[in-house]
Design a protein around this ligand. Structure first.
Ligand SMILES: *Cc1c(COP(=O)(O)O)cnc(C)c1O
Length: 372
């Protein structure tokens, strides 16, 4: 079976982890700082805070932004549940907004209509690796005094008007789950240009303690003081060592993902039934996912046929407001977001990852061809 995504681990990745395992620092050591610095450089952000996974990164970003009880946070519903769940961790209310039917990113016009006196932040998702409508969202956020947060778990390496994702919102969140662009097994990162917010997030991931990393302290005795809310969301040096070697390969991996996407685009050009996600103008999609909308053909029959041909296609996503928990516990449900619900019923993800060969991509194209 060809999966829809998978990690790439080379000998240098393995060696980096083994070397760290033999070093003095397994966690809270120099590899964490090094990974954060490399990541800031890659995303053109001033600060990067490494945490234990992408969900922790979302929680940390909302804490950094000062989101609290009864605040409203506007989020798309066409996303992974974690995007909306993070608002609940802070006692805030996720308010779902529509995505654009063709680009699948948050629709700024619909967002504007959902802003109230309680709204504190917009969390946008760079869907599949397609950058959000950053200019329009920035203007809305500035006009209403909101924090703009990007869930860029799909979008490492994407650019918008020649600026990297990670430098565009007030806070940007990444995941290093094995299916994402780079992996640390589990891992996440938050980037920002704001030094005081970065400090607040560093303390949040380490029990709210006012305590620099152990390897920077000459004397480690004495008590540490807890100055704010916090938890343990630290990422280990073993994981950061892997993140450093993975990040170095991003330029090649992006080229490969984009080459596969270009093959698919050519195969579906002009098709009324298999319609690729439309890309945002003046931007570069990073293709964590290659997403099409299946129109006028039953999606399940496409999925079943692909499975019979050895191709794993996936659905990203069932809209969050249609999950049983959100329907029952939070009074959501169908009929509220027609564009999102239609998109959610049409989307299909085809395989894309750096080690997918041209022959495999051609097999995917031949397998879906009867529906094109
Ligand atoms: C993967 C993902 C997350 C969560 O990341 P984890 O590292 O799995 O916790 C959040 N949001 C989106 C859009 C994702 O794709």
């Amino acid at each position: 079976m060809i999966p829809y995504g998978r990690q790439t681990i080379d000998d240098d990745d393995i060696q980096a982890v083994v070397d760290t395992l033999r070093s003095d620092w397994l966690t809270t050591g120099p590899k964490v700082d090094e990974f954060e610095q490399e990541f800031s450089r890659f995303t053109d952000s001033d600060h990067a805070v490494a945490v234990s996974n992408g969900t922790a990164a979302l929680h940390t970003a909302l804490h950094g932004a000062g989101i609290t009880t009864d605040d409203e946070v506007i989020v798309p519903s066409l996303t992974f549940v974690a995007t909306a769940n993070a608002a609940l961790y802070q006692g805030a209310r996720p308010v779902f907004a529509e995505v654009e039917s063709d680009t699948l990113v948050l629709d700024p016009v619909d967002v504007a209509e959902r802003i109230t006196k309680r709204t504190k932040a917009i969390v946008t998702v760079d869907f599949g690796g397609n950058p959000s409508r950053y200019a329009e969202l920035r203007e809305l956020a500035d006009d209403h005094g909101l924090t703009l947060i990007a869930d860029a778990c799909h979008a490492l390496g994407a650019t918008y008007h020649d600026r990297p994702v990670g430098s565009l919102a007030d806070l940007t969140v990444f995941s290093f789950h094995p299916v994402k662009h780079i992996t640390t097994g589990e891992g996440g990162m938050v980037t920002t240009h704001d030094e005081s917010v970065a400090g607040r997030m560093r303390r949040f991931r380490h029990h709210g303690l006012d305590d620099p990393p152990s390897h920077l302290k000459r004397f480690s005795g004495g008590s540490k003081v807890m100055v704010q809310a916090g938890t343990n969301y630290r990422l280990s040096d073993l994981q950061c060592a892997l993140g450093i070697t993975q990040l170095a390969k991003m330029p090649d991996w992006l080229d490969r993902r984009r080459a596969i996407a270009a093959k698919y685009d050519a195969a579906f050009d002009g098709s009324p039934h298999i319609v690729p996600q439309k890309t945002i103008p003046n931007s570069a999609h990073s293709y964590h996912l290659y997403v099409v909308r299946v129109d006028g053909v039953e999606r399940q029959s496409v999925l079943d046929h692909l499975t019979s041909e050895g191709v794993t296609a996936a659905v990203h996503y069932l809209p969050v407001h249609l999950h049983p928990y959100y329907e029952e516990a939070l009074g959501m449900g169908p009929g509220r977001l027609p564009t999102t619900e239609r998109a959610g019923s049409q989307v299909l993800t085809l395989p894309v990852y750096p080690t997918l060969t041209d022959q495999e991509a051609d097999h995917v194209i031949r397998s879906i061809d009867p529906f094109v």
